[in-house]
Design a protein around this ligand. Structure first.
Ligand code: MG
Length: 264
C-alpha cells in the first residue's frame, strides 16, 4: 500500500495510491494505523496522480538521522565501526517534498547529497523491544540527508550542517509493504549513478534503530528515521537534479538552486 499526501483543488489531503489513482483518506493514515486496509478509511474521493501536487508524505515532529550506518561508507571514510547507533536530529523545518527545490544557503561551499531509506513511525513508541519494533512502523520512503560538509567539519557537531531549510527532502510516498532489510538503494546526480547499495549492508537494522531510538526519545506518529547513507556521497551544484531511488518504494527527485541574495 502506498500513502501519499497531496494538494488537490486547494485542499491538502492524505490518500492511498493504486497505480495512477489516489483514493482520498478520511483524516490521516495515523488515525487509521491499525486498519488502513479497511474500505471505511476512504472518503469516496478519487484523483489522478498527474493532476495533483505531491507533498512530503508525513509531517514529522522530528527527523532522527543515523551517522555512519553502512559498512561501505565507514570504509570509505576510514573510520572505526560504531558500537551503538550514532544519532542526530534534523529540524522539521528542513522538510521538503518530491520535486521541491533544495536551496543551497548563502555562502555555501560544498553541499552533499546522501541517499537514505526513511522509516515513518505509525504510532507512539517508547522503550520498544526489537522484536516488536516493526509494529510501530507505518512504512518506508526515500530520504536525502542534505549536508553542508564545510559546516560539518568546522562545527564539530551537526546541527547547522544538517539543519538548513530544505535539507530534508522526503517522498514521494510511504510504502507500507517493503522489506526494509533487503532493498537496493541508488542515488543519481543528473542521471549518473553515484550511490548503489543494499540495506542489507546496514550495521544497525530497522528494528534495532526503532528500539534504540525509542529508548532515548518518544517517537510520535509521522516521525522519520533516516537510516544512514552508503558510500558515494558527493557535492551538488545549482542546476543539478538529484534522485534517490529505492527498490519497491519509488524515486524522490529534487532539483538544486542557490539562495538568492535578499534585496532589502
Ligand atoms: Mg546521512
Amino acid at each position: 500500500m502506498r500513502i501519499v499526501r497531496f494538494v488537490a483543488q486547494g485542499k491538502t489531503k492524505y490518500g492511498l495510491l493504486t497505480k495512477n489513482t489516489i483514493s482520498g483518506l478520511r483524516g490521516s493514515p495515523f488515525s487509521h494505523f491499525e486498519h488502513l486496509s479497511s474500505p471505511s478509511v476512504l472518503d469516496g474521493s478519487t484523483y489522478k496522480l498527474d493532476k495533483v501536487r505531491l507533498l512530503a508524505p508525513c509531517l514529522p515532529s522530528k527527523i532522527i538521522c543515523l551517522g555512519l550506518n553502512y559498512r561501505s561508507h565507514i570504509e570509505e571514510l576510514k573510520l572505526p565501526m560504531p558500537l551503538v547507533p550514532l544519532i542526530f536530529l534534523k529540524p522539521s523545518t528542513a522538510l521538503i517534498g518530491p520535486d521541491d527545490k533544495i536551496v543551497l544557503p548563502r555562502g555555501w561551499k560544498r553541499i552533499d547529497y546522501e541517499g537514505e531509506l526513511g522509516v515513518v513511525i505509525g504510532k507512539k513508541a517508547k522503550y520498544i523491544p526489537e522484536a516488536a519494533a516493526k509494529e510501530y512502523v507505518l512504512g518506508y520512503t526515500c530520504f536525502n540527508d542534505v549536508s553542508d560538509r564545510h559546516a560539518q567539519a568546522a562545527d564539530g557537531q551537526w546541527t547547522r550542517a544538517k539543519g538548513y531549510d530544505t535539507f530534508a527532502p522526503i517522498g514521494p510516498w510511504i510504502e507500507t509493504e517493503a522489506n526494509p532489510d533487503n532493498l537496493r538503494l541508488e542515488t543519481y546526480l543528473n542521471g549518473d549513478l553515484r550511490q548503489s547499495a543494499s540495506t542489507s549492508d546496514l550495521i544497525f537494522r530497522i528494528s534495532k534503530l526503532v528500539s534504540f531510538i525509542s529508548g532515548v526519545m518518544t517517537l510520535l506518529p509521522g516521525d522519520v528515521i533516516a537510516t544512514g547513507t552508503p558510500s558515494g556521497i558527493g557535492p551538488m551544484n545549482p542546476g543539478d537534479v538529484v534522485e534517490v531511488k529505492i527498490q519497491n518504494i519509488g524515486t524522490l527527485t529534487n532539483s538544486v538552486v542557490a539562495q538568492e541574495r535578499q534585496t532589502s
